[in-house]
Design a protein around this ligand. Structure first.
Ligand SMILES: [Zn+2]
Length: 487
């Protein structure tokens, strides 16, 4: 492989080239762990492993800098393996093949694994750099970030000693991240009584399609339609005007996605079909107008259906529709300290008739403030309990509250301005990072998250911007120098 030859910084690209050859899907980090332990031994660096598989490699302080603050660098060892349908790839054995095009490195047919392979390569470059004067540096490599964060969850309190940490897992050069949201699920399960359908009724299937959906962390504030909420509004309107019975309601799929589609089937007196379809038409027009261009492909369609044998009993139906009407979706609170940061939100992710006369309702809550996350989860719990549902919460993961007075933020900001002559953006994200778990476990730790520019992470389009890697390296090494000036 010659493509990395002319790229700088040379150490990072050399290590990254090696890392590309090593399969390392989540929960299968054995090979990359072995590689790192070998690297530590070759470089005479102290190395520790914990039971879950996290690795800590320590670079001792330069002579005369033993009294300086210890810095922790952190990245994750695993990667997401996605390949194009027409590009077979064995993720247990095959190497990733990097491809250089213009300003970017991507991979042939697969994810590149720059998320977070570039973090691994960077920590290796720091550890093996003999010319960078610094206090003690602890490099933490966690396992399984991409499929459950079990590495970060199982960190032992004595794993590292430093109380300043730079996480190398964000994807935007020019943005310093200082906070992330925690999350949890609130799930309701309700039972209903099946009632035999009146043979003189008619049935219709209603489909709602064409919504944009989106990530429930990154896009919750964009005002996209929620297919479950919209379908429920239609069912509510219909049941207020006609004697309808619902026989199915199915909307949404993934807990961290805003639902894009919903389908339901209703049964009613066959004499009202004309007026009933007219109501659906009017609703369609009104809802399209309400969302306007943001949901220009929103579509509600109906078709005649075979009579189902059973429908939901009326009392349960009313309780379900009412509780979904009351159940909030979207932004609950904006940050009071940081502009444009969603602090707390909830996603009404899915409703499903799961068979056995059961309806399952899945919701997820996010907040950068732990207490607010629990408050909104209680609010949703009450809504679902009103439907007669049994409600459970997942353990979830904690958030990382932004601290605008943080020392590492001040140091990184001034390094960035000195190096590049411009202000970086300072942001928090409304999605999860391992930093939330670290923040919870290592009380009082001062953290920041930086990284080079990566686009299309977790897809075969993943690519990393070459020049941003040099800027990232310059920034990180300057921050290390500046921390080492403080005693
Ligand atoms: Zn990552």
């Amino acid at each position: 492989m010659k493509i990395f030859e002319k790229l700088s910084p040379i150490p990072i690209w050399n290590y990254f080239e090696e890392i590309c050859k090593i399969p390392r899907l989540s929960k299968n980090e054995g090979k990359i762990r072995k590689f790192l332990i070998h690297f530590a031994k070759e470089n005479n660096l102290e190395v520790k492993e914990d039971e879950i598989g996290n690795i800590l490699i320590v670079k001792t302080a330069s002579p005369g800098m033993e009294d300086r603050k210890t810095l922790v660098l952190q990245c994750h060892l695993d990667m997401v393996g996605e390949n194009n349908a027409d590009y077979p790839h064995d993720w247990a054995t095959d190497p990733v093949i990097p491809v250089l095009s213009d300003r970017w490195i991507s991979a042939r047919g697969t994810t590149l694994g720059a998320d977070d392979g570039i973090g691994i390569a960077t920590q290796m470059a720091i550890l093996s750099d003999k010319k960078l004067p610094s206090g003690k540096i602890e490099c933490l490599f966690t396992v399984d970030e991409e499929s459950g964060m079990t590495g970060a969850i199982n960190l032992k309190p004595d794993c590292f000693t430093g109380r300043i940490l730079v996480n190398l897992d964000s994807e935007d050069e020019g943005i310093l991240y200082i906070g992330c949201a925690g999350g949890m699920d609130t799930i309701g399960t309700m039972k209903y009584k099946p009632v035999a359908t009146d043979k003189n009724s008619s049935a219709l299937e209603i489909s709602l399609t064409g919504l944009r959906g989106g990530h429930s962390g990154d896009e919750i504030h964009k005002g996209f339609g929620n297919s479950v909420k919209i379908m429920n509004r239609l069912l509510s309107d219909l049941s207020n005007n006609f004697d309808i019975s619902v026989s199915s309601f199915d909307g949404g799929n993934m807990r961290n996605a805003i639902p894009r589609e919903a389908f339901s089937a209703i049964v009613f007196d066959k004499n009202v079909i004309g007026r009933l379809k007219e109501l659906i038409d009017n609703f369609h027009t009104a809802i399209k107008e309400e969302f306007g261009t943001i949901e220009k492909d929103l579509k509600i369609s109906v078709k005649d259906a075979l009579l189902p044998r059973y429908v939901m009993d009326k009392e349960s139906q009313t309780r379900l529709i009412d509780s979904l009407t009351a159940c909030p979706h979207g932004v609950i609170a904006w940050s009071k300290e940081m502009e444009d940061l969603v602090e707390t939100s909830t996603n009404l992710a899915s409703v499903k008739f799961t068979g056995e006369n059961t309806v399952k309702i899945v919701t997820t809550q996010r907040s950068s403030i732990e207490s607010s996350k629990y408050e909104v989860a209680s609010m949703i719990e009450l809504c679902l309990k009103n439907a007669g549902a049994e409600v459970v919460h997942s353990d979830g993961y904690p958030g990382w509250k932004p601290d605008l007075n943080s020392e590492i933020l001040r140091i990184t900001l001034s390094s960035y301005k000195n190096l590049f002559g411009k202000e970086p953006m300072v942001k928090a994200i409304h999605a999860g990072l391992e930093c939330g778990l670290i923040y919870e476990k290592f009380k009082g730790i001062d953290m920041i998250s930086i990284g080079p520019t990566i686009r299309g992470a977790h897809t075969p389009h993943e690519k990393i911007e070459i020049k941003s890697v040099q800027m990232f390296w310059d920034l990180l090494t300057d921050v290390i120098r500046n921390i080492s000036l403080q005693s």
